[in-house]
Ligand binder design. Structure first.
Ligand code: ARG
Length: 568
């Protein structure tokens, strides 16, 4: 396998006196094929060399001797040097990479530990569509980091603690028998929660009893703990249905309650820093000087701990247990302030600098539901499980129309329906609000999950029809030098780079867009170039390219959390 970036860096390194590893890290893959295969931006050098980027680019170009068989051409465009790689070499290299499965041996993350805190729904509350996003984006990041060789730990930081449980316990004591908790736990518990909240507003005594319950729970009271555990188990059983449909996996289920005995240490450390102050009976840390106007509450006026304190305890625990290089938290942007506060206060915990630097809150936009069936009416909560099931049913209907003779329609519908929802969550930059529109999500021709699956199925059916796979060394590369084949080759070549970009920005949409680009490039190739032809040599080359696309689509989609059907 040729490392083209490294080759280019070596060429530039002979001209500029800079470490080639550093030069290599500057090299980009241009978005537009018109700008070459690789680009070297001269902007960062401009400062050091005290020259305009364009001048630097021209000067380097002057000195580059193109006498190697790798670089075909160099051009200056703005402050960039655009490199054109030998098509022959690049094509051969890409096919060989597929044949030898080099993508399976990527080890850039080796020796690095990542913790990712995702999904993290709240017990006895509905698993809402925001948690779905967290689950899907987190799951994709999990897979991609792992694929690149990182050691990753996925944590489901369940919201299983806090004063609301004191209330729920009280409500359960009062009216538990009136509700069908076993049958429909989350809906029924939510009803109890709404009712007890009302009662608290009307009667101070009830409120005090609720507080008392939570205190008892913190102290390990048997009765309270038993009820709490019951709520937790029932909720987890419900959540698991969604996780099963999505294929989600977690390495740790340590939720907020797990930290109940770990908070005293945090408070002790913070007390020693002298930064805790009293304010209206609560104990807080002021963050005004750090540019955060809202203080972080460490202990409420009634002495109970907070969501923030539990997150601080979790930071301490995760640093010690997982020795993380990066610790990612995935929530909607509503929690930006929370994590700003927590990460700021974490600096007071006396942790190694590395653990503070590694704290990364990754936020995402809201999911806007179309009005109608899915909007939340009073006391009527959309169940995610139902949403996913609806996706499967809708997919089944489409498949029924398009391919009535297909075998295993149900199984395919599941892959297509769930895949469509997952892809939709990942298709756009995560910070954007997303509109959930069934027609768009399931459109087989649009930029959707089903389109990726459909393209994959096409590659499969071509390969099945021909019934053989040539060897790369026997392939005549000349047959793949046309525009359409080359487009495909170049996209495949940037697969690894794409994955690295995803981890740099924690943005799985980069991979989702990549797969769309690959699927589109393949469709053009397929429409323009007949794969099965009389000329065996041409056919062999095209078959291998088809096989390569098939592989990358499959791996890429799997990394996003989608399953691929063989037929649809
Ligand atoms: N349970 C929280 C919620 O539903 C999300 C938790 C995110 N993780 C964390 N460590 N705070 O909003």
């Amino acid at each position: 396998m040729v490392n083209f970036k490294q080759e280019i860096a070596n060429v530039i390194g002979k001209i500029i006196n800079l470490d080639t590893k550093e030069l290599e890290s500057y090299i980009e893959i241009p978005k537009d094929v018109k700008n070459g295969d690789y680009a070297f931006p001269c902007f960062r050098l401009a400062k050091e060399l005290k020259k305009a980027p364009m001048q630097i680019a021209s000067e380097i170009k002057e000195k580059i001797e193109i006498n190697n068989e790798i670089i075909e051409k160099v051009e200056v465009l703005g402050g960039y040097l655009n490199f054109y790689i030998s098509k022959q070499l690049l094509t051969k290299d890409v096919l060989t990479q597929i044949e030898t499965e080099t993508y399976k041996k990527i080890k850039i993350g080796e020796g690095k530990n990542i913790v990712i805190d995702y999904s993290s729904p709240n017990i006895a509350k509905p698993f809402h569509i925001g948690h779905l996003r967290s689950t899907v984006i987190g799951g994709a990041l999990y897979n991609i980091y792992q694929f690149l060789g990182y050691h990753i730990t996925g944590v489901n930081h369940l919201g299983d603690y806090g004063t609301q449980f004191g209330k729920l316990i009280e409500g359960y004591k009062l009216w538990g028998e009136e509700y069908e908790i076993e049958k429909d736990p989350i809906n029924e518990l939510t009803k109890i929660y709404i009712r007890i909240n009302q009662a608290c507003k009307e009667d101070e005594d009830v409120l005090n009893r609720c507080r008392d319950n939570f205190k008892k729970l913190e102290e390990g009271d048997k009765y309270c703990t038993e009820i709490w555990e019951k709520f937790k188990n029932l909720s987890l059983k419900e959540f698991q249905k969604v996780y099963d449909l999505l294929g989600s996996h977690f390495d740790s289920w340590n939720g907020e309650a797990f930290y109940s005995d770990k908070m005293p240490e945090v408070i002790e450390i913070l007390e020693k820093t002298g930064k805790i102050i009293e304010s209206q009976g609560a104990r807080i840390i002021d963050l005004e000087e750090q540019g955060i106007n809202t203080p972080c509450i460490i202990e409420k006026s009634n002495g109970s701990t907070t969501y923030a304190t539990r997150d601080l305890a979790a930071i301490l625990y995760r640093a010690r247990t997982y020795d993380y290089d990066k610790s990612i938290y995935l929530t909607s942007y509503e929690q930006v302030l929370h994590f700003k506060q927590v990460f700021e206060v974490a600096k007071l915990l006396g942790l190694d600098e590395k653990y503070i630097k590694g704290l990364t809150h990754i936020s995402f936009g809201m999911v806007l539901l179309p009005t109608g069936k899915m909007s939340t009416r009073e006391g009527n909560i959309i169940k995610l499980e139902e949403l996913l099931e609806e996706a499967v049913q809708r997919a089944e209907k489409i498949i029924e129309e398009k391919s009535p003779d297909l075998e295993n329609k149900k199984e395919v519908a599941k892959k297509v329906g769930i895949g469509a929802v997952i892809f939709n969550d990942l298709a756009n930059s995560r910070i954007k609000d997303e509109i959930f529109d069934w027609n768009q999500i399931l459109n087989f021709q649009g930029e959707t999950g089903p389109y990726i699956q459909y393209t994959y199925v096409r590659t499969k059916s071509v390969l099945e029809k021909v019934g053989y796979l040539p060897k790369v060394e026997e392939i005549k590369i000349e047959n793949l030098l046309d525009e359409y084949s080359q487009n495909v080759i170049k996209i495949i070549d940037s697969f690894q780079d794409t994955l690295v970009q995803v981890t740099k920005k924690d943005e799985p949409s980069i991979l989702a867009r990549y797969l769309i680009d690959l699927a589109k490039a393949f469709s053009s190739f397929y429409n323009e170039n007949k794969i099965m032809t009389e000329e065996k040599e041409v056919q062999d080359a095209r078959i291998y390219l088809t096989y390569s696309v098939s592989k990358i689509l499959e791996i890429g989609a799997r990394l996003l959390g989608m399953e691929m059907p063989d037929k649809m």
